[in-house]
Write a protein that binds this ligand. Structure first.
Ligand code: G4P
Length: 528
């Protein structure tokens, strides 16, 4: 296969959801379709499971959750699918957000009984910021859930995105009978006694009498026809351009646990989702179908995945060209060459060595400490990809080292964890005694921080939780900034010296925003 074809068949996406919506289950089913795993249950350690995928950290084992995100890949038909797994637990980290920068599209998984939940909303925002296509899978239709119209309304009201149902469910919960595929005009029948056995019936349309025969219940059928008519008349039209821009989300209905609707989703998704997309760089747009040279950026660093080896792995998203093991690339920030001799690939539990990879793929590079989040690697003329943003932490603590003598190890550890993106480090601004403040997206990161400083750097720290919930990067005209810096309380600087304002609550934040209309308050460090 030539490089063009290789790249064209790549689909790199992330699944975003709130914990318990069924992400692990859906991922397992997708891997099963791709033949990547033989039986479900090996993707990550469930509660009480003996098979924790990444048991690199004791916390993970203790809590039975996967703290770190990983990459799963499989072949399906001619497609080379890469799923970026984002931690599903409530205590997710900034890693989760950054992982989304490596994805070309996202699948938003929603529990049909619960609708749009908090974590989904946060992750959706990041996808929206990037303008990537978002596909929606309404899960758990085998249980009584919310009315599908209500769910569509919620997408619009809470997330501000219009939707186009690709299929429409017939019944729900006890009465769930199947899903009608509006595009292919197919009826997939749900058999509660044997959900894995899915009968597919081709129809001429929703009025086809075959549908009455297959469903059997006239009330359900007439309700379905009414709903579909309403959808045809009042719903949005299918618009590929809008889907590609992330303005319209195609909705699929199913039940991941019974594999119902999963293959239909996968088939449609692979056709509609984009191949590896262009990225902005200091040298203009890098289009993987035009740019010949190899290029990629680091979006995540994970240290000590295996405590026995003390390794550090940098995850690289290839943005153009072909990777070959042993190749030499330029590390643009350091201005030196690196030989990529020992890259790994992650699939479920195994780690294997990659010989070659293409734009769209993710590879893990063993790194002795040269790489940083946001670094660009290239062959040929140098350029750098746009800076990787930091996102507003939601939990803050003042940090101090318990034994002053260990200050050096403490600083080293903090530096490492900041580079990995596990924490954000701020300094108080214009205070008599400067203080370091740690900000994290998920509160579990505080435990991770304490644990890792102790086990890897032999340092004990003291964390004093602070009442802030929001950080906003602030910029604007010099005069207004000066007045802001003089009058606003709780200002800090980030590691690049940018001014960041911390707020206890939304009200406080709104007040400041109203008071300084000439200033911009950004939710992430990606100040444009
Ligand atoms: P997560 O990764 O998003 O956190 O969710 P996960 O797949 O672990 O699923 C959360 C729970 O929801 C699991 O039940 C799972 O079996 C269930 N589930 C997933 N998809 C469906 C579905 O389509 N229908 C129904 N009815 N349930 C579904 P659990 O009891 O918490 O765990 P387990 O003991 O079944 O593993």
């Amino acid at each position: 296969m030539n490089a063009f074809k290789e790249i064209e068949t790549r689909r790199t996406f992330a699944i975003i959801s709130h914990p318990d919506a069924g992400k692990t289950t859906l991922t397992e089913k997708l891997l099963l379709f791709g033949g990547a795993i033989r039986e479900a249950g090996t993707v990550k350690g469930r509660k009480n499971s003996k098979h924790a995928m990444s048991d690199w950290m004791e916390i993970e084992k203790q809590r039975g959750i996967s703290v770190t995100s990983s990459v799963l890949e499989f072949m399906y038909e001619d497609y080379h699918v890469n799923i970026l797994d984002t931690p599903g637990h409530q205590d997710f980290s900034e890693d989760t957000y950054r992982t989304l920068t490596a994805a070309d599209s996202a699948t938003m998984l929603i529990d049909a009984a619960k609708g749009v939940e908090a974590q989904t909303k946060k992750l959706f925002k990041v996808c929206k910021m990037r303008g990537i296509p978002i596909f929606t899978f309404m899960n758990k239709l085998d249980r009584q859930g919310r009315d599908p119209f209500e769910l569509m309304e919620e997408l619009e009201n809470l997330l501000g995105i219009r939707s186009y149902p690709m299929g429409w469910p017939i019944g729900m919960g006890q009465s769930f009978s199947g899903v009608y595929d509006r595009v292919e005009k197919k009826l997939e029948l749900y058999n509660p006694n044997n959900p894995k056995e899915i009968d597919v019936i081709s129809l001429t349309g929703p009025d086809d009498p075959l549908l009455d025969e297959a469903i059997g219940d006239p009330d359900l059928v007439s309700q379905f026809r009414e709903e579909l008519e309403l959808l045809d008349v009042a719903g949005d039209e299918f618009d590929l351009e809008k889907i590609k821009n992330g303005e319209l989300t195609p909705i699929f209905f199913g039940s991941a646990i019974s594999s119902f609707g999963v293959q239909t989703f996968l088939d449609h998704f692979l056709k509609l989702a984009p191949a590896p997309t262009s990225r902005a760089s200091s040298n203009g747009i890098i289009n993987p179908f035009e740019h010949q040279g190899f290029s990629g950026f680091i979006f995540k660093i994970q240290a000590n995945m295996n405590p026995a080896h003390r390794d550090r792995i940098a995850f690289l998203r290839i943005t153009s060209g072909k990777f070959e093991r042993g190749m030499s690339v330029k590390h643009v920030r350091l201005g030196k060459n690196l030989k990529l001799a020992q890259p790994t690939q992650f699939l479920a539990q195994s780690r294997s060595l990659v010989e070659e990879a293409y734009a769209g793929d993710i590879i893990g590079l063993f790194d002795p400490g040269n790489l940083r989040i946001g670094d660009t690697l290239v062959t040929g003329p140098s350029f750098e990809f746009a800076e990787m943003p930091h996102f507003s932490p939601e939990h803050f603590a003042a940090i101090t080292v318990k034994e002053a003598l260990k200050h050096k190890s403490y600083e080293k550890g903090l530096h490492q964890l900041t580079e990995e993106g596990a924490i954000q480090l701020f300094k108080t601004y214009n205070r008599f005694v400067e203080q370091q403040i740690v900000g994290v997206v998920g509160v579990l990161q505080f435990e991770v921080l304490e644990h890792r400083l102790k086990s890897e750097y032999h340092v004990d720290i003291q964390l004093e939780k602070l009442p802030f919930s929001f950080a906003r990067w602030v910029s604007g005209p010099e005069k207004e900034m000066e007045s802001f810096k003089k009058n606003q309380r709780n200002l800090v600087t980030d590691r690049d010296g940018r001014i960041v304002a911390l707020f206890d609550n939304d009200f406080q934040m709104r007040t400041a925003i109203d008071k300084y209309p000439g200033l911009q308050f950004y939710e992430n460090s990606f100040i444009k």
